[in-house]
Design a protein around this ligand. Sequence first.
Ligand SMILES: Cc1cc2nc3c(=O)[nH]c(=O)nc-3n(C[C@H](O)[C@H](O)[C@H](O)COP(=O)(O)O)c2cc1C
Length: 334
Amino acid sequence: MTNNFWQQLNKPILALAPMAGITDSAFREMCMRYGCDVAYSEMASVSALFFKPQKTMELLKFNASERPYVVQLFGKDPEHFAVAAKIVSTQVKPDGIDINFGCPAKKVFGHGSGCALMPQTALTREIISAVCANTDLPVSIKIRAGIEGRDAINRVSTTALQFIESIKDLPFSTVMVHGRTYEGGFSSVPDFAIVEAIKKILPDKIVLANGGIHTPEDAQTILKNHPTIDGLGLARGVWGRPYLFDEIKRTLGVSRPHRALDTQCPSAVEYDFEKIKKLATEHAELLWQSKGALGMFEIRKHMSWYMKGFAHASEMRQKLVQAKSMEEIKTILQ
Ligand SMILES: Cc1cc2nc3c(=O)[nH]c(=O)nc-3n(C[C@H](O)[C@H](O)[C@H](O)COP(=O)(O)O)c2cc1C
């Protein structure tokens, strides 16, 4: 491994967790400007990279200011993982590669990828080994608290602890644990004690907790109750609030080593309506630069999230989700 950046990050590490359709270049840039320490890509199919890489390579493009940047791969074929790891390392050149063992979505899980791999120890070991053997970058994995085996598609149960015991000798460097089981979906109460138990099994690796972190207080409580955890993965909590990273760091009283934040924001930032409008414009501009007209379509959901919680902004929200150009968005926000 040439450079394990994970070990150099200040703790607690605040990561932007991977989200398909959300964590594109513009959103990662926004998060990095506002206090995020490391950002994951949207998940990328190893089979797409194996057979027809062009579209996926487009999805994985990034700017240097998004570093440290981790590309997440999903699939089930070790040979495809091997080739994809090589392509990503030599052509995309991120800072790390992540393997998706947590996705419950039908089109991923139903094909035997994502969380469906957790009970398949031999295959999982082959996949992690194939990726590690084909890259110099640090390899991370993203898992769930387990599978209870109640689902019609998969009746085999595994806990995250059994899973980690079965792979702990392999040379991956980091694990992000979504504290909900497969059956727990996206709304059950996450189990963070299991994340701490995993850190006990992997004292030399980085272990991050993910699930249901929406406020600085959520972050503070998890880190207080589970002090050995190395950091947190934020997902839906940062929709329309990329500055949640900054707010968490302020609440925890930790330094903010990130350059963009320090140059762009005064020391005591009030994330009031005026500031949010500026952030929304900043985000729209980044999307316009990276995706052009398509970006103007994608910005709609983000605009709606930025305006959420501002009751008096409902008219503005309605206009924003119909806007067709950057100029229109700017006019509405001003
Ligand atoms: C729209 C959406 C897309 C997601 N895409 C991915 C993905 O590509 N890879 C992955 O490992 N997890 C993915 N996740 C799961 C998140 O990374 C995270 O584990 C989950 O949302 C729980 O965190 P939260 O409760 O803070 O949202 C996705 C979640 C959402 C809501």
